[in-house]
Design a protein around this ligand. Structure first.
Ligand code: COA
Length: 203
């Protein structure tokens, strides 16, 4: 089974080249310590609308450095999409290998019992990469990574806003099922969704 330390030591193990149906090729790879400035440019480029749909703790170099410093130190695996040949970061796919107690409590209300083989997922694409099927092309790679970490189910990291129809459609088309809804810290309605990563015969 993969570990965060092993990925940090050998990012190439998870690196894949993707030919996009619509646009330049991209490389899917783990975030590395050398990415801080490119990641900051990605955050800075996110529109107000995107920042509301996928909210981060900051949108500047200091926050990007925080994420790079966190590599292999906690329970998060961050993967990026890097445009070829520009080197621009155009997507951030986050997997949290650990769960938050509030997630566990919310899902329990719906009789879903989360544990060590569950993970959280949060995708964010650059504005000009949204709505072109890129998220769909990259999703099987994310699932493969989660499985290699021994994960059997995936929930949404922070849920999905009920007024984010594109993301909801995106999750549903990849097999996520709605478990319930809740009100987030900003008073907005959000949905909890879960995906079984095991092949049907392994459930
Ligand atoms: C959510 C996100 C990762 C999805 O990736 P993407 O590449 O844009 O998604 P795709 O184009 O692969 O798929 C989107 C699907 O939603 C559909 N869709 C687009 N707009 C829609 C709308 N307003 N209502 C319903 N469906 C919509 C598309 O037609 C497509 O479905 P299809 O393949 O059956 O035609 C990306 O849009 C993104 O980063 N959005 C901003 C941040 C965000 O919302 N992150 C999720 C936080 S929970």
């Amino acid at each position: 089974m993969l570990t965060l330390a092993a990925v940090a030591e050998n990012p190439l193990a998870l690196t894949r080249h993707l030919e996009l149906a619509d646009g330049p090729d991209v490389v899917f790879r783990p975030l590395t310590h050398a990415d801080a400035e490119r990641l900051a440019a990605f955050f800075e480029g996110q529109s107000t609308a995107s920042r509301r749909l996928s909210t981060f703790g900051g949108y500047d170099l200091a926050f990007a450095r925080e994420l790079c410093d966190a590599i292999a130190r906690h329970d998060k695996l961050r993967l990026v999409l890097e445009e070829v040949p520009s080197g621009r970061i155009v997507g951030l796919l986050e997997i949290s290998l650990g769960l938050h107690p509030s997630d566990i409590a919310r899902y329990r209300e719906a009789d879903v019992y989360l544990g060590a083989t569950d993970c959280r997922f949060g995708p964010t694409l650059a504005d000009d990469y949204q709505g072109k099927g890129v998220g769909t092309q990259v999703f099987p790679l994310v699932v493969d990574v989660a499985r290699r970490f021994g994960k059997k189910r995936m929930i949404l990291w922070g849920g999905v806003l009920a007024d984010n129809p594109r993301a909801i459609r995106y999750y549903e088309k990849h097999g996520f099922q709605t478990v319930g809804s809740f009100t987030d810290a900003d008073g907005a309605r959000a949905l909890d969704m879960i995906l079984d990563l095991r092949p049907p015969q392994g459930r």
